[in-house]
Design a protein around this ligand. Structure first.
Ligand code: SAH
Length: 284
């Protein structure tokens, strides 16, 4: 372990040669790494990382560690999932201490389960380190509570496209629309027109609030507030691009009071009671 910043005293797990630790790096802000992730970064000989891992996070690696890009975007050649998994097996079998670093949480729409399965099938010992998923932490950075007592008692996380790049045919948008007051969509920009139409067909109002958070928790974070009826036009005119988390539901209104990044610059809240419920302590 390097001495760059002390980890609180504890029996931190040791990354042994021949092991692969599959680890979430959180949505972007390096401060959202877990201590287990930091402990892993400081020990790994090789770090295989995705496009969505914020580059600054690799600065925590031990000196001389090899970093291998295995992303699927960013203008660089994309690696096939099977090749990535087998590369991890190879590195482990070569006796390296391997850290597989993925954006957000490795088991949330990140194919971490597939990689872990391949490793286990090849007899490679693994450890899983969860991370803060963009659909929770990214919304929090936008001032949107993913659950809020006055709005929702459940939340549904969905992916906007499947392996073929199409809207997932297995998703029953009508059921999701009826069953979940708040819907958080990963990878949703490409098919947003179709998704919004399906939700409206299923009975959601055209005026239903929607927030789109791009590059959440990074210095480039942008938040677009819109509605199901205007989302397609607003995305086109704003020029925003993936990666984006889309949140559909009235919890988006809470941003009017909880946009803490604007509050920190001295801005006044737009509305201190956007749901019209009075103060929480008074309505308990
Ligand atoms: N395992 C990741 C999700 C991987 S799927 C997690 O738990 O967060 C990739 C999608 O995640 C992106 O297309 C986008 O929808 C979302 N995403 C990841 N990081 C993001 C970020 N910093 N800002 C906005 N969306 C993000």
């Amino acid at each position: 372990m390097t001495d760059s910043a002390p980890l609180p005293d504890a029996n931190w797990p040791v990354l042994q040669p021949g092991w692969v630790w599959l680890c979430g790096a959180g949505p972007g802000d390096p401060g959202l790494l877990t201590l287990h992730a930091l402990n892993a970064l400081r020990q790994a000989d090789v770090i295989v990382y995705d496009a969505l891992v914020e580059p600054a996070i690799l600065d925590w690696a031990k000196p001389g560690a090899e970093t291998i890009y295995a992303g699927k975007r960013g203008g660089k050649p994309s690696a096939k999932q099977r090749d990535i998994s087998l590369r991890l097996v190879e590195l482990a079998e070569a006796g390296k201490r391997v850290l597989r670093l993925k954006g957000g949480d490795p088991f949330v729409f990140g194919r971490g389960g597939e990689e872990a399965q391949t490793l286990v099938q090849h007899g490679v010992p693994i450890r899983i380190i969860p991370g803060i998923s963009a659909g929770i932490g990214g919304l929090a950075y936008a001032g949107i509570p993913v659950t809020h007592r006055d709005v929702n008692q459940s939340v549904t996380f969905v992916t906007g496209h499947d392996q073929s790049g199409e809207t997932p045919s297995s998703l029953d948008w009508a059921a999701i629309s009826r069953g979940s007051q708040v819907i958080v969509i990963y990878m949703g920009i490409k098919h947003i027109a179709r998704i919004a139409a399906a939700l409206v067909d299923a009975g959601r109002a055209l005026s239903e609030p929607v927030a789109i958070v791009t590059e959440a928790t990074t210095p480039s974070q942008r938040v677009l507030e819109t509605t199901l009826g205007t989302i397609e036009a607003d995305i086109a005119s704003s020029g925003i691009e993936p990666p984006a988390i889309i949140c559909v539901g009235r919890s988006v209104l809470m941003r009017q009071v909880l946009d803490w990044q604007s509050l920190a610059t001295g801005a006044a809240p737009r509305n201190t009671d956007p749901l019209g419920r009075g103060r929480p302590a008074e309505s308990a």
